[in-house]
Design a protein around this ligand. Sequence first.
Ligand code: SF4
Length: 348
Amino acid sequence: MSPPLVTLNNLEVHFPVGKRLLGPAPVVRAVDGVSIRIMPGQFYGLVGESGSGKTTLGRAILRAVPIAAGSGTWEDSEVHYDLHRMTPAETKDFRRRAQLIFQDPYAALSPRMTVRDIIAEPLEVMGLTGSRQETDERVREIAAKCRLNLEHLRRFPHAFSGGQRQRISIARALVCSPRFLIADESVAALDVSIQADILNLLKSLQNDLGLTFLFISHDLSVVAHTCDVVSVMYLGTLVETAPTRRLFTAPRHPYTQALLSAIPSLDPDDRGRAQRLSGEIPSPINPPSGCRFHPRCPHAAPVCTEKIPLPEPADDEHHTVACHRFRELERRGALLERTRVRKLDAKA
Ligand code: SF4
């Protein structure tokens, strides 16, 4: 089996807030001890509420924010990089291999540049341009892969719809032939019909070009449709990781259960079954002790406030859960019965 493309071990990202008075300066623990393995060719989903640290984790992988502690590696057939200790030259090379597709296709494209220049810009920044003709050929090739017409290349972004703009953003991310793409809420700003079009495009590009994706989203339906593996993030930590089908049919962590139960359904039998989480997501400046989910968890026990739960295998090493009580709760049948996805399976 090939080694993971991206490996993170207990990665931490902190942002200082306020001034130091007595004792250490307060910090936001945006990412706090996250371990992940992303295999080549995987479509890896990362879900969680707003403020859970998903975007910061993606940026930490791209070295766009400083890593406070822990380690990360990038391993492909050509190079091995330590994400924590990269020289400027390694960082530049790494950013050719790992690219980002932005959330908002309206804000991500310069209104003063033609589509041709927008797509060609990363080639110039990375020093990969050849003659004008070679650059134009590369731009045309990648535009065609992203289903853009060649006549679009002469126009400016204001002439395009949201879906077309997102395809321009994807073309720009692909022009330097990366191996890894982080799609951060990349369909959240689009209409539902356009979302499906962009998701299908990403999947076909994954197959055609052998790409690996980290797909960050708060929309569980989109993740269920697209991803191979999903991690659920809460307040800077991962609470559950599993292959997509297993996570949606047999979630083990109470937070995952609550998230899945909140997916809107057209089935009248499902109405009113959503688990309501009490309270807001706590501040990452002063996170709760022990399990960070304990102030909102209906199953919290004294141990949950005292001891941090570490991820442990549920059924096998591919499904990990960070909860002190998930086995006990499952034995007692206290966890929510299986989700809507499983019900749909049963009806099929
Ligand atoms: Fe709930 Fe305790 Fe499990 Fe945290 S460790 S999810 S508080 S049962």
